[in-house]
Design a protein around this ligand. Structure first.
Ligand code: NAD
Length: 278
């Protein structure tokens, strides 16, 4: 059992962090009632009856002193901002805090180097949706096993996200690289990004209440003569898939810490391989 396990979510006053905190409480885990937030953003609030104090990250050393004293068996989840990724990871490493990094962006090579050097347990996962990661892995296995199987076919990629997402999806890029190995000629520039709400509702069939939080991807593969058509699609509404994945990653990491495994850096594929842990 994980009765002494505690989860600290930075920043649970943010959108993703808030969802993770709810999912952690929903899974019966103990939420640390303190978290780190962006400079000047400190405040108190309540998540499902738990009063949480979000403290300005400039005071992080003192906050962690307190947390480690009260909750020695803590795992941190980080859903902050791309600009904070490397600084936060360095900090967790320096304090020996095991962590799950869900925040995208930053220098990912440096992140991995820092984690390996520190010997801290961590899961790094720019895509925490377990089922999406499983699909991504399946496409990668197909590409390895059957290189060129779709050569000559044409690929069309359309992705729709909330209008605040400016960059192209990292998940789409990973899946396209598998399609390229399957023989499809495709340039990342050809990805069609839909950010216009009218098109999202009418064409992509995004429910209106999820315009500000969704990830809809369609990959269409058509034979040269147009007689054969494949369509791969994953449409995600809201944030719960990423929050649930983060809770799974926490449980996974707690298990690895308890087993004192030599391997310390993991990704979502490792979490998937472990099977269902709850
Ligand atoms: P958000 O803006 O709602 O929340 C981010 C919070 O981080 C803010 O409250 C901000 O004050 C805080 N913050 C900034 N710097 C900080 C620091 N140094 N220490 C602690 N807190 C700090 O954003 P969001 O929608 O919750 O997204 C957060 C991140 O999660 C983004 O990078 C997004 O791309 C990523 N994301 C990843 C996945 C995944 O599956 N891995 C899924 C969804 C979103």
């Amino acid at each position: 059992s994980f009765s002494d396990l505690a989860v600290m979510v930075n920043d649970c006053s943010g959108k993703m962090g808030g969802s993770v905190a709810e999912a952690a409480i929903g899974a019966g885990l103990q939420l640390v009632p303190v978290c780190l937030t962006g400079p000047g953003m400190g405040r108190s609030f309540s998540i499902q009856g738990v009063n949480v104090e979000a403290v300005d990250s400039r005071h992080r050393e003192g906050v962690i002193d307190h947390v480690l004293k009260e909750y020695p068996y803590v795992v941190v989840v980080d859903y902050t901002l791309p600009a904070a990724v490397n600084g936060n990871a360095e900090f967790y490493c320096s304090r020996g805090l095991p962590f799950v990094m869900g925040t995208t962006g930053g220098d990912s090579e440096k992140l991995i180097e820092d984690v390996l050097q520190s010997g801290v347990y961590s899961v790094v996962a720019p895509q925490m949706g377990k089922q999406v990661v499983a699909f991504q892995a399946a496409m990668s296995i197909m590409a390895e096993q059957f290189p060129g199987a779709f050569s000559g076919y044409k690929l069309q990629v359309i992705e729709s996200h909330q209008s605040t997402k400016v960059d192209t999806s990292g998940t789409a890029k990973a899946i396209i690289s598998s399609f390229q190995k399957l023989g499809l000629d495709f340039d990342m520039e050809e990805i069609e990004m839909v950010r216009d709400s009218k098109r999202q509702i009418e064409e992509m069939k995004v429910p209106e209440e999820h315009l500000n939080g969704h990830a809809f991807h369609t990959y269409r593969v058509v034979s040269p003569d147009g007689m054969v058509n494949f369509e791969f699609q994953h449409n995600v509404c809201g944030r719960s898939i990423y929050a649930e994945g983060a809770v799974d990653a926490v449980l996974f990491l707690a298990k690895k810490i308890r087993e004192r495994t030599d391997k310390k850096l993991y990704n979502m594929i490792d979490v998937l391989r472990e099977g269902n842990m709850r």
